[in-house]
Design a protein around this ligand. Structure first.
Ligand SMILES: Nc1nc2c(ncn2[C@@H]2O[C@H](COP(=O)(O)OP(=O)(O)OP(=O)(O)O)[C@@H](O)[C@H]2O)c(=O)[nH]1
Ligand SMILES: [Mg+2]
Length: 355
């Protein structure tokens, strides 16, 4: 799964990318011209405990790939269209992380996060509208009823976009959503707003974020908000793991930004975590909330999905409390479930299958 990191120039996108992925910051004054990609893993204490219980040789945490695109000139004071190459990179992402500058920067304008947010939203709306209209023009020449559903969908998109409303606020049927996906619209993607504040303002983070949120008076469907101090988070990500926590405490920083952002991303995408654990590995796996045991089996491996017989399921909290699978069975907490069982966040699943 890919998340794009976007935002006005010098908002701290690359600093946030470093904080999330642990890739070191570029030298001061070197803004990157090319896209960079990196993987962030979510450290999960539950997974560590499960690995101990199962004597797993390896731990495979849940992961997200982040894409840091260079600063397109879209901000409240300057507006140039996003280069096509950047848009192409963003289209394949599942979610956009929008970084907004709320720290003073020498040689830059005073901060205006609310205006920057509006500018980026407008940019996406304009882009999506162009795609919509181009396709509608083509469809107007087609009289095949095959295209009716698509034309209706696009007409609805056009009206919404013309009213300067991002597409993420619309509800779509499953069928229609499939067609929609083909267009890779930008304004339809869930949006995680990250207000990048100065390290001197950490204690005021909540207030600053509340100010921004209150100024956004529109519907907030598929949006989430958080405040970070990206540069300091990036520096901490370079420390040895044992040094990080004391350092955070001294500075009055809360949970690591990487964790907060990853969890917010999972929420926005409607993903939950389930675990598998054996001697080979203990893995945290992501799946859409509401998925059944069969889908979970397929998420582990196609063969396991195909050969699915049944699942043995328990909650990770119960297993960790019991301390062993044997004890858990004695307590009668390991359940037998069929393919239609709806997976719950934090479940540990042992899939029986034959190939
Ligand atoms: N004080 C402070 N400065 C920051 C913070 N984050 C970034 N900066 C500074 O802001 C400038 C831009 O940071 P980058 O991370 O390169 O921003 P960017 O959005 O990737 O910039 P472009 O890719 O060039 O658009 C750099 O000089 C950083 O040192 C922060 O949390 N606090
Ligand atoms: Mg950058």
């Amino acid at each position: 799964m890919e998340c794009g990191i976007i935002g006005p120039p010098a908002a701290g996108k690359s600093a946030l990318f470093s904080a999330l992925t642990g890739v070191p910051l570029p030298e001061a004054g070197h803004s990157r011209r090319e896209t960079q990609r990196g993987v962030a893993k979510l450290t999960d204490q539950r997974l560590v405990s499960l690995a101990q219980i199962a004597h797993s040789a390896k731990i495979a945490p849940a992961a997200i790939e982040y894409v840091d695109v260079p600063g397109a000139v879209v901000s409240s004071d300057k507006r140039e269209p996003y280069p096509t190459a950047i848009l192409t990179e963003l289209r394949t992402t599942s979610l956009l992380v929008l970084v907004l500058r709320d720290f003073p920067l020498r040689g830059a304008n005073p901060t205006a996060p609310a205006q920057d947010l509006a500018a980026v939203e407008l940019e996406f709306i304009v882009n999506d509208l162009a795609v919509t209209e181009k396709r509608l023009e083509r469809l107007a020449k087609q009289h095949d009823p095959l295209y009716r559903q698509e034309a209706e969908l696009l007409e609805r998109c056009r009206q919404t976009l013309n009213a300067e409303i991002p597409l993420r606020r619309l509800q779509f049927d499953v069928e229609v959503e499939k067609i929609l996906r083909g267009f890779s619209f930008l304004s339809v993607k869930p949006l995680l707003i990250v207000l990048n504040i100065s390290e001197d303002e950490i204690t005021n983070a909540d207030t600053r974020l509340a100010n921004l949120r209150n100024s956004y008076t529109q519907d907030q469907t598929a949006m989430a908000w958080t405040a970070v101090s990206a540069e300091i988070e990036a520096e901490i990500a370079q420390l040895d793991e044992v040094e990080r926590e004391p350092f955070r405490r001294d500075l009055g920083l809360g949970n690591p930004a990487s964790e907060r952002i990853m969890r917010a991303a999972f929420d926005l995408l409607g993903l939950i975590t389930f675990f598998t654990a054996n001697e080979k590995d203990a893995a945290a796996r992501l799946i859409k909330a509401g998925s059944n045991a069969l889908a979970a089996a397929y998420a582990v491996h196609n063969d396991i999905g195909r050969g699915f017989i049944r699942a043995e399921v328990c909650h990770s909290a119960d297993l960790i409390r019991a301390g062993s699978l044997h004890k858990l069975k004695e307590e009668g907490k390991l359940r037998l479930e069929g393919r239609d069982y709806i997976v719950q966040d934090g479940d540990v699943i042992y899939i029986r299958f034959n190939v």
